[in-house]
Design a protein around this ligand. Structure first.
Ligand code: BDR
Ligand code: CA
Length: 314
């Protein structure tokens, strides 16, 4: 990658969000992190904002700006996932309360102002949680949509189905109305669904390689992942849990690790049974607009090599 990629990370940390943020922190040659925006999702906003600050502090990144965003979905009550991530969202390691502070601006204002002030087509949005902040920004300032270079999201599922309901993946399920706005915005979108992330298991040998790095961030990450995986190991009977959110950053660093195709994706918002389902027209059986690059394959060993190499650079 020749030029540095300007990104905003929109997130609800979450142990796997933490892994994505660490991957960005470990890649300063390729990534220019303009800011982290937080949203309610895995846990309420007060925790996701606190957690983002803790992660910056753990990696000694006082220069990274963190903006708190929306505390609830556009139209629905907030659904959280403490059953996966623990009460704080970063359960696992002992973590001190942050001394770093949030920026005073709201995340949505930061997103709008950044997209308006940076050259058009230069900023990539990386979304690791429900899409409430991005949809709110698009509703308030529709002029920003054509200025976004690309939006890479973790969300949705195709043949894997859902993880919070049989039909829906968590990030989309929490705020389907927001996802619908984002998917329909005309922004070039890359989607990392469960089909990809379920190929990326925190196997013991991989976690041992992270532990061997020996730094404080690496050890904290290992302790986070060991807590995080217990739920999915029990649920799926797999060797480790799926690592969802770092796929977004890995795609920017090494797109050759991934494979997918551009097809139509629509979001179900009406049905009670399938709310938040990503209806993916993989086989092009409709003539609806091909609006999303849906990824389904990943080189898992290459992904973990990248992750571990970059964690070691923090
Ligand atoms: C997604 O939901 C959250 O629990 C994870 O952080 C990830 O973003 C996976 O469905
Ligand atoms: Ca997340």
């Amino acid at each position: 990658m020749s030029e540095k990629r300007k990104i905003i990370i929109d997130t609800d940390p979450g142990q796997d969000d933490a892994a994505a943020i660490f991957l960005a922190f470990g890649s300063p040659r390729e990534i220019d992190l303009l800011g982290i925006t937080t949203v309610a999702g895995n846990v309420p906003l007060s925790y996701t904002s606190r957690n983002a600050l803790i992660l910056c502090e753990l990696c000694n990144k006082p220069e990274v700006k963190v903006f708190a965003g929306c505390d609830r979905p556009l139209k629905r009550p907030l659904v959280t996932a403490e059953h996966v991530h623990g009460k704080t969202g970063l359960d696992g390691p002992e973590l001190a309360e942050p001394t770093y502070s949030l920026q005073s601006r709201h995340a949505v204002d930061f997103i709008i102002e950044t997209l308006r002030s940076e050259p058009a087509g230069s900023v990539t949005l990386c979304t690791l949680g429900p899409l409430t902040n991005i949809a709110t920004a698009l509703q308030r300032a529709p002029d920003i949509a054509p200025r976004v270079r690309e939006l890479v999201m973790m969300g949705g599922g195709f043949s894997e189905g859902g993880n919070i309901t049989p039909a829906a993946e968590f990030n989309i399920y929490v705020d389907p109305e927001a996802a619908k706005i984002v998917i329909g915005s005309g922004i070039p979108i890359v989607m990392m669904p469960l089909d990809v992330t379920h190929q990326l298991l925190t196997r013991k040998d991989r976690v041992a390689r992270m532990r061997a790095i020996g730094s404080a961030p690496a050890i904290a990450m290992v302790e986070m992942l060991e807590f995080f995986e217990r739920f999915d190991v029990e649920k799926y009977g797999s060797d480790g849990g799926p690592l969802h959110d770092p796929t977004v950053i890995a795609y920017l660093l090494k797109p050759e690790l991934f494979d997918g195709r551009v097809c139509n994706v629509e979001i179900e918002t009406d049905s009670e049974l399938t709310a938040g389902m990503t209806v993916i027209d993989w086989w092009h059986v409709t003539d609806r607009k091909r609006n999303v690059r849906v990824i389904r394959k990943v080189d898992a060993d290459g992904f973990f090599d990248l992750l571990i190499e970059r964690f070691a650079r923090i």
